[in-house]
Ligand binder design. Structure first.
Ligand SMILES: [Zn+2]
Length: 196
């Protein structure tokens, strides 16, 4: 089932997500709905707060990035079919130098900005079978995971912009929260009474 994606301005996007356990109600169904919702919106990642749940769960599938001709064949291979569920994730370490990448977010349609993040992360999480993992990622994989991880910490990519950029975006962000945008997937806007 395709779920409505929560738009910028909804307080749920600002909550630090709670850890969950295997008894979380209808977890399998929830994960399958998140995949469907993400693919329907042509996203490469989706975090539970974006569908209104303040829990530490996000999904990532970087396959659409793998056709990028600017990438090396090795990186394309890495991104193609990288599909994972991250539950109770914690980034233990970020290292390397900051690098910019033009990011967007399904909760903030039509806004894209360069965001600086560190090159490499070490992350601990459990997968959908609650098997524990400790993994290291860099480049675009790290980037997508960092963006989704921020969601479960109540952080949005627009928080990371300069104060000038933030000021310039203020009106557009306010319009998004009011639903004054055209978007081709289902959304839920905090500042309108009736959902579309
Ligand atoms: Zn996002």
């Amino acid at each position: 089932m395709i779920l409505p994606i929560v738009a910028y301005g909804d307080p749920v996007l600002r909550k630090v997500g709670e850890e969950i356990d295997q008894d979380y109600p209808k977890l399998k169904e929830l994960i399958s709905n998140m995949w469907e919702t993400m693919y329907n919106a042509s996203g490469v990642g989706l975090a539970a707060p974006q569908i209104g749940l303040p829990i530490r769960l996000f999904v990532v599938d970087t396959t659409p990035f793998s056709d990028d001709e600017d990438l090396s064949p090795d990186e394309q291979k890495l991104l193609n079919g990288f599909k994972k569920v991250f539950i109770n994730a914690h980034i233990e370490e970020e290292s390397g130098t900051d690098w910019p990448f033009n990011e967007g977010c399904l909760s903030i349609p039509d806004v894209r900005e360069d965001v600086n993040r560190k090159e490499r992360i070490r992350i601990t999480y459990v997968d959908e079978n609650f098997k524990e993992h400790v993994e290291t990622y860099d480049g675009l994989l790290a980037r997508v995971i960092q963006h989704e991880y921020d969601h479960i910490e109540g952080i949005l990519f627009t928080d990371k912009l300069s104060s000038l950029k933030k000021r310039l975006l203020k009106g557009r962000l306010a319009n998004i929260s009011k639903g004054k945008i055209s978007v081709d997937y289902r959304m839920r806007f905090p500042n309108v009474k009736k959902a579309r």
